[in-house]
Ligand binder design. Structure first.
Ligand code: HEC
Length: 323
């Protein structure tokens, strides 16, 4: 009897210890983590191809030469969102009463094993667009290290193309958001050529495999949200198209209080093949998106490019150590 009881006692103790460890790694004192305020704006149908044509975008030549998007646009995102929401040439299917921009507060932290990303946002008064009946809101991020120059300088816009689903050449004119699923987001490097009408010249499989092996894909995470429900998390990569992984190595928690969502993503710093290792000293560039009011596809808000990193100099979003 005795030895058995003692063994049970030890097991119980170990279980309590394990519980404490896992609770401790989640109990981050977010108030002590530096905040970055970001304004996400409504992008309408302004794509990579449009942005690179001087006659359609004043910043085109300077962007191609040396400037990043943020050089010219930081601080004016809300005005751009309002403009694009009501701009017929760029938005053939406006959603009546939809705000042009949404603010977010982003914080990042890490411990010995994990990266944590906390996004706080209040979507405000959002009309129900009835495009995605399953989820009221979605928050996503997409990032890369210096291996993809277009993301470093243009953030998510590197993946937003004129021939993608629900974009002008996507097959539906942008109206009912039923674009061609084979034309999701993609990166310029996955195409042999990108023309004024997008990139139909997809590289052969062996070249795509080589790009993937060099880590030249963008990683993305998404939390699909409903009030009072656990978030449904999706993770994957974007190269010649969007690849959703069957089992995400990313998890998330979410809460909604007085109209404000707080979503905290977590994944291992080194999460295995198909995920970018998060290592000290390396600078990553990230873009955020928010879908609100039951929208899908391009009917979201997007951020300009932001940098993050662990001990990575003056990144926009420092990833600070927590216990
Ligand atoms: C050299 C400065 C400059 C750079 C770099 C630049 N832009 Fe612009 N952008 C402008 C100006 C000026 C306008 C307004 C006139 C126009 O549309 O041409 C504009 C317009 C826009 C608009 C339409 C909304 C608005 O406020 O007029 C969007 C969206 C936009 N730019 C996004 C981007 C993105 C994304 C990048 C990077 C890929 C970028 N811009 C790079 C100067 C710049």
């Amino acid at each position: 009897m005795r030895p058995t009881r003692r063994r049970l006692g030890v097991t119980a103790l170990l279980a309590v210890a394990a519980l404490c460890v896992s609770t401790a790694s989640h109990a981050i004192d977010w108030a002590a983590v530096p905040a970055r305020n970001i304004t996400l704006f409504y992008p309408a149908q302004m794509s990579w191809e449009v942005l690179l044509v001087q006659a359609q975008h004043t910043g085109a030549n300077r962007f191609k030469r040396d400037r990043t998007c943020r050089h010219c646009h930081e601080g004016d995102e809300a005005a751009s969102g309002r403009l694009l929401m009501g701009e017929k040439a760029m938005e053939p299917a406006p959603i009546a009463g939809k705000p042009g921009a949404v603010g977010a507060v982003v914080k990042m932290a890490h411990d010995a094993e994990n990266l944590y990303v906390r996004v706080e946002f209040a979507p405000g008064a959002q009309p129900d667009a009835r495009m995605d009946p399953k989820f009221e809101a979605k928050v996503a991020l997409m990032f890369s290290g210096p291996e993809i120059a277009e993301i470093v300088r243009g953030g998510c816009y590197a993946a937003c193309h004129i021939d993608s689903a629900s974009m002008p050449l996507g097959g539906d004119g942008g109206g009912d958001a039923k674009g061609d699923d084979n034309k999701s987001m993609y990166l310029p490097a996955s195409r042999g050529m990108i023309t004024r009408t997008g990139g139909d010249h997809i590289r052969p499989d062996d070249q795509l495999a080589a790009l993937r092996a060099q880590g030249k894909y963008a990683e993305y995470w998404q939390a699909n949200l409903n009030p009072g429900a656990s978030p449904v998390v999706v993770a994957g990569a974007v190269l010649e198209k969007r690849h959703e992984y069957p089992k995400p190595a990313v998890s998330a928690t979410a809460s909604l209080d007085k109209g404000k969502w707080v979503v905290t993503f977590m994944r291992k710093l080194a999460a295995g093949a198909g995920y970018k290792d998060i290592v000290p000293g390396r600078v990553y560039t990230v873009g955020f998106s928010i879908h609100a009011g039951h929208t899908n596809r391009r009917f979201h808000y997007v951020s300009l490019e932001n940098t993050f990193g662990i001990d990575a100099g003056l990144s926009d979003i420092p990833v600070v150590p927590v216990d």
